[in-house]
Design a protein. Sequence first.
Length: 77
Amino acid sequence: MFKRNISVNQVEVILKDGKIIKNYPDDKPFPSYLLLGFIEKRPLHIVISVDKSENCYIITAYEPDIKIWEENFETKK
């Protein structure tokens, strides 16, 4: 996150207001989700994992590459 200039506050905003664009129910040890959010028009993807007690684990955070993602940043090309 820090190498990508993504702050904890930005991640918290996306966790609260972002959109789940993909889920991975079979991931281990817990199901995971790909969220999309925008911070001042900057698209960000956050991958999280959630355990049975609803504890949330941040796996990664990154700015999606327009070469890989459609313009809506929800669908891979």
